[in-house]
Design a protein around this ligand. Structure first.
Ligand SMILES: Cc1cc2nc3c(=O)[nH]c(=O)nc-3n(C[C@H](O)[C@H](O)[C@H](O)COP(=O)(O)O)c2cc1C
Length: 216
């Protein structure tokens, strides 16, 4: 364990801002992108179920096609990597079984030994009360991954813009997400700020500490 200093963390969090104008000439290196993919993969999720897929749109034509459904926000065209955070629309026993099998594979042991745990999870997210709202539940997990992605990017000097300004139904059609049991939740453009982005120099607008942190 090699913790970074608190002041370093806060410096990077203050450096981060929702980038409006990306430098279209600058691309994230394969090494840094691989780091960010790992940050996505390492995101926490309820029961560790990872009810998501991160669709990385690199194809220029596809970005052009998505542009009108992105409220014509230029970030999708100019950024280096554009990620659509999608969530599973349904939780199935098959998904839980895949997770259990993966757990046994990675940690050793057998799926049989995990059967009781498996049944608890199925009873909650597949057949229990939560099952009626699994997409909303999965979407919340996807937002956690978004936060993790943005903070990780900031820590290695990569700019991002989280984006809810898009038409998810259009995205789902264009990306054929329904066929994969997925639906789009939120997006994030990543890359490098343009030197002309006036938003980079703006002060952060945040409520006072006492407004948002309540010590009980
Ligand atoms: C979930 C989410 C969705 C957002 N959607 C957009 C968007 O579509 N376009 C945009 O330019 N900024 C978007 N933002 C950026 C916010 O406006 C920005 O984070 C907020 O004003 C705080 O500023 P800061 O991130 O620069 O500190 C979004 C932020 C979040 C967290």
């Amino acid at each position: 364990m090699n913790p970074i200093k608190g002041e370093q963390l806060l410096a990077q969090l203050n450096w981060r801002y929702a980038t409006k104008e990306f430098d279209p000439m600058r691309k994230i290196s394969p090494e840094d992108w691989s780091t960010l993919e790992n940050a996505l993969i390492l995101s926490a999720s309820s029961y560790g179920l990872q009810p998501w897929a991160f669709i990385v749109i690199t194809d220029k034509n596809m970005r052009q096609q998505l542009f009108p459904a992105t409220w014509k926000q230029r970030q999708i065209l100019d950024c280096s990597h554009y990620v659509v955070f999608t969530a599973k629309t349904r939780m199935t026993e098959d998904h839980i079984d895949r997770h259990i099998a993966r757990t046994a594979e990675v940690r050793g042991g057998t799926a049989e030994a995990l059967k009781r745990y498996r049944d608890v999870v199925v009873g909650d997210v597949v057949t229990g009360e939560r099952a009626a709202q699994t997409f909303e539940w999965a979407a919340r997990q996807a937002y956690l991954a978004l936060g993790n992605f943005m903070t990780s990017a900031a820590l290695i000097g990569i700019d991002t813009c989280p984006m809810e300004g898009f038409q998810s139904d259009e995205y789902d059609k264009i990306l054929d997400l329904g066929a994969k049991g997925l639906a789009s939740v939120v997006c994030c453009a990543a890359g490098y700020r343009s030197p002309t982005d006036k938003y980079a120099g703006q002060k952060k607008v945040r409520f006072d500490r006492a407004d948002v942190i309540h010590i009980v």
